[in-house]
Design a protein around this ligand. Structure first.
Ligand code: GLN
Length: 447
């Protein structure tokens, strides 16, 4: 299986989905074989997997798509990755990503952009675009990404695969390089609901090394059409406008399929949703500005010489961080500074609480909520790189879920034909906190 994955990785090299291969993968595969020979039953025996390059794995480079970490080799392994290894999975390599997971297109990586396997003139989405492209191109059947505002779900949608953002706290963040700690979650990408269930049963669960980790043992299974009968589905009204024709059609088709299987569909309104993007960026950027303070060339990775320590730190950060990361550090610092804190950060936190309350109220009447994952299918490479606000707007359907800490799953539900090519369209299902299992059952029922 490892040889097959490596051959596939080579064939898919032009996509630039992987930034490095795990130097110990072959050794690990041998070790799994030995464990199996000894009679050990391993839930992921020999399963090749790629993990996003912001997840630490001992002995691998963990660059986070940044020049500032270009030579950084992890001295320890993230809990989620360790659980994969313990379960017998073989980590083949590290997947490309937007620098420090800031972006929606995987174009801001210091390792160059990843291309969408469905149309190499288009982006795979981001920031976990390398993970999504690797799964879509069948380099591996499954991958791990991280989702702070949509970074698992949106690339999954644009690449035609499943992507799950778990309830905040269900998957340990220990060993995940922090972008915005109160929003970050690791999540799986796969070709089918059953594989999501397999992975979640391994990676989820309490971890004493993450103070926000929840004690909720995973009980995932892919459901059947029976799981859809009687399901109360709410369509979020505010997500119905601004979508391409193909996305609207795919949403309608999904609702028809749900009704056909015995679910009921009603419209639900979440008026605060229109503030979600603004609130998200006013929370994510301040957290990032604080989290990224540790990259000063003194402890991790790249260091530029300077006349003194301050000079070296300044030059390291100036040359090590790309434009988008620098922009976010500056905006984040500004929003947190005295005199502006109340106007920006603190107000964004109020919106965040109101949003969470609105979602909770909506779930009093429905079991799941549904929206498109993205208002459009994969866009062209370079189309949004010079316009940060247009790039941020790509997250309109996903960021609110992270603000509220909820689980959400993007399911590949259709295609939109653009310029004669079929581009995948994803539909997002949102569940109440800790009801992640419901999403995977539902996805199985739709297959
Ligand atoms: N695109 C969003 C951002 O740039 C989300 C990224 C993510 O989820 N890591 O912040």
């Amino acid at each position: 299986l490892l040889d097959q994955a490596l051959a596939r990785a080579q064939a898919a090299a032009p996509l630039n989905a992987l930034v490095s291969l795990h130097p110990l993968a072959a050794e690990h595969a041998e070790r799994v074989a030995t464990r199996m020979d000894a009679g050990e039953v391993l839930p992921l025996a020999g399963l090749p997997i790629v993990v996003k390059d912001n997840i630490n794995v001992t002995g691998t480079r963990t660059t986070c798509g940044s020049r500032i970490l270009d030579r950084y080799v992890s001295p320890y392994t993230a809990t989620a990755a360790q659980r994969l290894l313990d379960a017998g999975a073989v980590i083949v390599g590290k997947a490309n990503m937007d620098e420090f997971a800031m972006g929606s297109s995987t174009e801001s990586s210091a390792s160059g952009p990843t291309l969408n396997p469905w149309d190499t003139g288009r982006v795979p989405g981001g920031s976990s675009g390398g993970s999504a492209a690797a799964v879509a191109a069948a380099v591996t059947a499954v991958a791990l990404g991280s989702d702070t505002g949509g970074s698992v779900r949106q690339p999954a949608a644009l690449c035609g695969v499943y992507g799950l953002k778990p309830t905040y706290g269900r998957v340990s963040r220990y060993g995940l390089v922090a972008y915005a700690s109160s929003l970050d979650q690791i999540g799986p990408l796969a070709h089918r609901a059953e594989d999501l269930a397999l992975l979640m049963n391994v990676i989820a669960g309490h971890d004493p090394r993450d103070a926000t980790s929840l004690d909720a043992p995973p009980r995932f299974r892919a459901g059947t059409p029976d799981d859809l009968r009687g399901l109360r589905v709410g369509v979020i009204r505010e997500s119905l406008g601004g979508n391409t024709a193909g996305v609207s059609r795919t949403l309608d088709g999904t609702l028809d399929a749900l009704r056909g299987a015995g679910a009921t569909v009603q419209e639900v309104s979440l008026p605060e949703l229109k503030y979600a993007i603004a609130a998200y960026y006013l929370i994510a950027m301040p957290e990032a500005s604080s989290n990224l303070a540790r990259f000063d060339g003194m402890v991790y990775g790249h260091r530029e010489p300077g006349a003194d320590v301050t000079g070296s730190m300044t030059l390291t950060r100036e040359r090590g961080f790309g434009r988008e990361v620098q922009r976010r550090i500056m905006i984040g610092t500004y929003a947190l500074s005295s005199g502006y804190y109340d106007a920006y950060y603190s107000r964004a936190m109020k919106v965040r609480r109101r949003l969470a309350e609105s979602f909770a109220a909506a779930f009093a009447g429905v079991d799941v909520l549904v929206t498109p994952t993205s208002p459009f299918p994969a866009f062209r490479c370079g189309e949004k790189t010079s316009d940060p606000l247009a790039m941020y707007a790509a997250d309109v359907d996903t960021v609110a879920i992270n603000l509220a800490g909820l689980p959400a799953l993007s399911v590949p539900m259709g295609f939109e034909t653009v310029d004669g090519l079929d581009l995948p369209v994803g539909i997002q299902f949102i569940a109440p906190a800790l009801d992640d299992e419901r999403l995977v059952r539902l996805a199985g029922g739709l297959e």
